[in-house]
Design a protein around this ligand. Structure first.
Ligand SMILES: Cc1ncc(COP(=O)(O)O)c(C=O)c1O
Length: 466
């Protein structure tokens, strides 16, 4: 299989309180736009250079939610000042009725957008039949989803979890157990892990230990010991680090999301595969963000043609309901016994039935070809509309996971876009705009997004001079 990585270089620089009850929206207050202004938002800023300085005042309804949140929730999130109330397709609406074009998809989750009718029907149908039974009993949706995932991947078996970090936590345990199971001389037991710069694998103690950002880990140390970080893409260093009797597994994202939309290459993944095989270590792909159609391939690693021993999935699989999965070969699964791991909620009938509705649509080759086509179109638009701006260093990505690297912090641009009715994310060191829209997004909506991004670019200068 060919490496279809698409990188467009613009320059030569490489590399609960009962809250809903309190608030009523007034959709009638949406304001229509004049000619020539992208028809996204009820309040596209007239002068994007003002950026967040021109932010619309926070309304009483929004303020009540924000104040309550500040008083009752643990302060882990630095949220944007928007209270989202509803969504349809690629549009979101706040409590004041303002419309946003959603290029975030709930951080690469809502692949079919908001309120996909087939997904809604699946959820309603299953919720009224059976929602939860625990893993004490068999349930049909769990077994059906497991079979479907096995049929459409490298894997022989699956283990369900409730989130991406839990899937990685399970993969860590499976790797440790596999090494214990297969190692005859316990003095040579491999217990350590390799991860990479810019990696993000989650927030629980094991997955956190594999996450490269120092500031995520250091307040909670000691995290799981025995993790070595290697430069992402550096095959030579990785080969040296992957050692028999030492390395239990290598965790790698085929395309890094949070880290800044960096893609692996076929050669890099092949070097990891060979080094793992030589050392008796396991190769684990974290496709929590880049998997399940986002790249235009069902699995991101298909573009490189190098198979892992385990793969973790989560975000888009159940269309917004919490789910995670470890997919694994029989060789690894054979090391896992009854009682080694488990979860009360994981693989429940509701999420699994919802996931089957998602797979039905995303697995379709016409749907996947559409993601590839729209990915090219988006990068082309961004190149045309943003390429001349001196702050824009590179547009990169694969399908509908696209990063715009800037030479400054992206937040003034992200804020100005939000004011203009476009939701985008940051990534990397805060200098990358991350676009991970619903995979159902239309070409017209991509044009609108590029138009708003372009119109809001002056916010980067407004910020620099202030
Ligand atoms: C690649 C990757 N792995 C793991 C995670 C953690 O997933 P979750 O937030 O569901 O625990 C994320 C979340 O952004 C991710 O991007």
């Amino acid at each position: 299989m060919s490496n279809s990585l698409q990188t467009i270089h613009i320059s030569h620089i490489s590399p609960p309180a009962d809250l809903p009850r309190l608030f009523k929206s007034d959709k009638g207050r949406r304001i229509s736009l004049g000619a020539g202004i992208p028809k996204i938002s009820s309040c596209l800023v007239t002068d994007p250079r003002q950026g967040s300085a021109s932010a619309k005042p926070v309304t009483r309804e929004s303020k009540e939610v924000m104040d309550t949140e500040r008083n009752v929730l643990v302060g882990t999130y630095a949220r944007a000042p928007v209270v989202i109330e509803s969504g349809k397709g690629c549009k979101l609406y706040d409590v004041d009725g303002k419309e946003y074009l959603d290029m975030t998809a709930g951080i690469a989750v809502n692949s079919l957008g908001h309120g996909d009718p087939d997904w809604v029907n699946a959820v309603v149908e299953q919720a009224s039949t059976l929602t939860h039974v625990s893993n004490v009993y068999y349930s049909i949706p769990q077994v059906t989803l497991g079979k479907r995932l096995v049929e459409c991947s490298f894997a022989d078996r699956v283990f369900f979890t409730n989130s991406g970090t839990e899937a990685n936590e399970a993969a860590i345990k499976f790797a440790r157990k596999f090494q214990r199971f297969s190692c005859a001389d316990k003095k040579l037991l491999a217990t350590e892990f390799i991860a990479f710069t810019n990696s993000f694998h989650g927030r629980t103690m094991g997955a956190l230990a594999l996450t490269s950002k120092e500031q995520y880990r250091s307040p909670f140390e000691p995290v799981m010991p025995g993790v070595t970080f290697i430069e992402y893409g550096n095959s030579e260093e990785a080969i040296k680090a992957i050692q028999p009797g030492k390395t239990a597994a290598v965790f790698v994202e085929p395309i890094q999301g949070e880290g800044g939309i960096y893609s692996a290459t076929k050669d890099f993944l092949q070097a990891l595969r060979t080094a793992c095989d030589n050392a008796g270590a396991l190769l684990v792909y974290d496709e929590v963000q880049c998997g399940l159609g986002r790249t235009g391939h069902l699995w991101a690693h298909e573009a490189f043609g190098v198979a892992p021993d385990m793969m973790t999935l989560a975000k888009p699989l159940a269309g917004g309901l919490p789910i995670g999965v470890v997919l694994t070969t029989e060789r690894v699964a054979a090391a896992i016994s009854s009682g080694d791991h488990g979860s009360t909620f994981a693989g429940g009938p509701l999420v699994c039935h919802a996931a089957l509705a998602i797979l039905d649509k995303i697995q379709n080759s016409i749907f996947l070809a559409g993601v590839t086509r729209k990915g090219f179109y988006l990068k082309d638009l961004l190149l045309k509309k943003l390429g001349g701006n001196p702050h824009v260093k590179e547009v990169r990505g694969f399908g509908l996971i696209v990063g715009i690297e800037l030479d400054v912090q992206a937040s003034p641009l992200v804020n100005a876009c939000r004011e203009a009715g476009l939701l985008v994310l940051t990534a990397g060191k805060g200098n990358v705009v991350r676009l991970v829209p619903p995979l159902i997004i239309s070409e017209t909506e991509l044009e609108q997004a590029a138009e708003v991004l372009s119109a809001c670019l002056p916010a980067l200068d407004a910020n620099a001079s202030s």
